[in-house]
Design a protein around this ligand. Sequence first.
Ligand code: AQP
Length: 334
Amino acid sequence: MYNDKKVVFSGVQPSGNLTIGNYLGAIKNFSAFSEDYHCFYCVVDMHAITVRQVPAELRRRTYETLALYMACGLDPQKNTLFVQSHVPAHAELGWILDCYTMFGELSRMTQFKDKSQKNADNINAGLFTYPSLMAADILLYQTEMVPVGSDQRQHLELARDIATRFNGIYGDTFVIPEGYTPKDGARIMSLAEPTKKMSKSDANENAVVRILDDKDAIIRKFKRAVTDSDTEIRAGADKAGITNLLTIYSCFTGKTVEEAEREFAGFGYGDFKLAVGEACADALAPVRAEFNRLIADKAYLETVMAEGAEAAYRCARRTMSKVRRKLGFTELKR
Ligand code: AQP
């Protein structure tokens, strides 16, 4: 609990320009919690450096991600919006939790295996211990609920295991968090390889639709989306491309996949793809307009960052003092 409310925490890495996967799987759902929970939404820049980043781009995308949070409806008066590296307790608890996370557990993480393959020349220790830092992000705020896409479920399970292990040794210290994964949109797939997750760091621009892409780019990418040699517009395990497009259409229009199947019965793939592209572009147009307004006001973004970091620190330091005491760290009398 924080300020008499249960806590929600989630984060997004500024590791690329955000995609409709990040939007539909995570950010779009964040504002639903703002009234009933105390929400901490973080730009997790420390996670981003597990893969090499160009410093100027990382800095720019950190501002942009914060602006996107707000453009997607997160009011900084109702949500604590902040940047991970501005609250050093994340790194501190991350190290502590490294010591309560097993090598075997980290070795089983599919994201580590995937990213090691993609970054074979930079398989660094941070990439390996990423889940302990993510556990620290969550546990620091005594989080009850973590809205994430399904790719992060495995990390969340590990965070629960780490918290349970720590509590088992030292007595109740951390709330055990629950995951919240949307019914639809939890795993948006690449438009170029629809059996692979859409990822913001994908080098193939045709594979990803970015939240800030303009209408022409969005429609062009959907027109090029890989489908199949069949002609039927229906969801199914044998139709990854079409299923993905139906899911995207359903998420942006609020219609069910079954309704979308009925709506497009008899359509050719070309017309269907155009309709999906238009639905996506229309839904994102207000987000893009609001983003453009916010990103022009750097001073305001810096105020939001500073106030968010201060509010996050106030909550994090309570957990840290409890953790330090339980571990047997000595206290400095000032
Ligand atoms: N394709 C996706 N479908 C649904 N949800 C997704 N998320 C990511 N991709 C999809 C969710 O977005 C949130 C933020 O993700 P992240 O920035 O922490 O990192 P990620 O999961 O590794 O996302 P990316 O886009 O694949 O980033 P890169 O390319 O840098 O690794 C999370 O809640 C995630 O589940």
